[in-house]
Design a protein around this ligand. Structure first.
Ligand SMILES: O=C(O)[C@@H](CO)OP(=O)(O)O
Ligand SMILES: [Mg+2]
Length: 403
């Protein structure tokens, strides 16, 4: 029934206005799945390779499509993803592009779910999924690679940890986003938005901490449940190899590795941060381990560029006690199978998984289903903006049993 009978690939727009790969997968019994690849700006050095969309499409048509059509079953995700890997033949999908691979992988999963008549999260995670929901981490202020002339820290993320329901959590993050706008206006700070819809004012990190802290407290008082916040430092982007230091350009501050560890530990303390992603360079397992030793009992120390959803890199982190959570981005590794394997390895070793969007996104909501399917405690997918609300609204629908 789920025999793949056709795969169509096309270029569509992502949220930054760049071309990305969209895949349609059709099956023998009329099953249909469509998915599109997202795209990062602060990409990790060890990520799978994204090719220009037209190149990725041409390569996938030549090498992957003939191996999948008439040969594989959309209901068998491991078989689909193994065929994609075999068609590519490299470790990093540099032949067909991780963008083609992930679009086909996700579209096949949707086609499989369509034939079975099950919601995608249930097809991926089994019949007992759909009872627990991830807490959304909402980007409310940001800079780094996502906006010019804004904060050095890439993302300040609202975390409605005490929300009684998914919808309450989603609306709380939007309210924090709105409260930040009010505070910026009070301070006469003009602001546009960055790639993920977060405010991107021309302020330094210190001022951003004050504003986000106040916005979170204000909304917490309004809604009556606990809201905390966290960070994606994206420290690899500010790390300078030659001087072995972290350069905070808007504040005009430079920190060596020990100072960076102390600085982040102090931030965790002062703001009771619930989450700290990529606080250190993507190659520095030792520094990650030191910080985790200091604050890992109080906060999630999450590896994004450090682990790049790769089980080898995660295993190394586990062996070295480098962190206590992993960011999961299917396009960083190329297939849903690989993303699942990373989540399973993480869970086995007590690491929390945070399923994540990219800064360049589409209306595709596969990551929401992946988060529910794997019982991930958090999902990072912005707070506002159509390509972000596509995921958040899907989460509300899943919780409402309406997918
Ligand atoms: O660093 C990150 O975590 C992501 C998503 O927020 O950004 P990008 O997609 O640019 O890598
Ligand atoms: Mg990150």
């Amino acid at each position: 029934m789920t025999l793949v009978t056709d795969i169509r690939l096309r270029r569509v727009l992502d949220s930054r206005g760049n071309p990305t790969v969209e895949a349609d997968v059709l099956t023998e019994s009329g099953g249909f799945g469509r998915a599109a690849a997202p795209s990062g700006a602060s990409t990790g050095e060890y990520e799978a390779i994204e090719l220009p969309a037209s190149e990725a499409i041409a390569a996938a048509r030549e090498h992957a499509v003939p191996r999948l059509v008439g040969e594989t079953y959309a209901g068998n995700q491991r078989e689909i993803d193994a065929a994609l890997r075999a068609a590519d033949g490299t470790d990093d999908f540099s032949k067909i592009g991780a963008n083609s691979a992930v679009a086909i992988s996700m579209a096949a999963a949707k086609a499989g779910a369509d034939v079975l008549g099950a919601p995608l999260f249930q097809h991926l995670g089994g019949t007992f999924r759909g009872q627990n929901f991830p807490i959304p981490l909402g980007n409310v202020v940001g800079g780094g690679e996502h906006a010019a002339d804004a904060t050095d820290i890439q993302e300040f993320l609202a975390a409605p940890v005490g929300a009684p329901s998914v919808a309450d959590a989603v609306f709380a993050n939007a309210a924090v986003h709105a409260a930040v706008a009010d505070l910026l206006e009070e301070r006469d700070v003009p602001s546009g938005k960055g790639d993920e819809g977060a405010w991107a004012p021309s302020i330094d990190d210190e001022e951003a901490f004050e504003i986000v802290d106040e916005a979170v407290s204000t909304v917490e008082d309004e809604v009556g449940f606990e809201i905390r916040f966290g960070l994606d430092v994206a420290a690899a982007e500010m790390y300078d190899d030659e001087s072995d230091s972290y350069e905070y350009e808007s504040a005009g501050v430079s920190r060596d590795t020990d100072e960076q560890i102390e600085y982040v530990a102090e931030l965790v303390e002062e703001y009771d941060l619930v989450y700290v992603e990529d606080p250190l360079d993507e190659t520095d397992y030792d520094a990650f381990a030191e910080l985790t030793d200091e604050v890992g009992d109080r906060t999630l120390v999450c590896g994004d560029d450090l682990f790049v959803t790769n089980t080898d890199r995660l295993q190394e982190g586990i062996d070295r006690d480098a962190a206590n959570s992993i960011l999961i981005k299917p396009n960083q590794i190329g297939t849903l199978t690989d993303a699942f394997d990373a989540i399973e390895l993480a869970t086995e070793h007590g690491y929390d998984s945070v399923v994540s969007h990219r800064s360049g996104e589409t209306e595709d909501a596969t990551i929401t289903h992946l988060a529910v399917a794997t019982d991930a405690p958090f999902i990072k997918t912005g707070a506002v903006g159509g390509e972000r609300t596509a995921k958040l609204n899907e989460l509300i629908r899943i919780a409402d049993d309406a997918t």
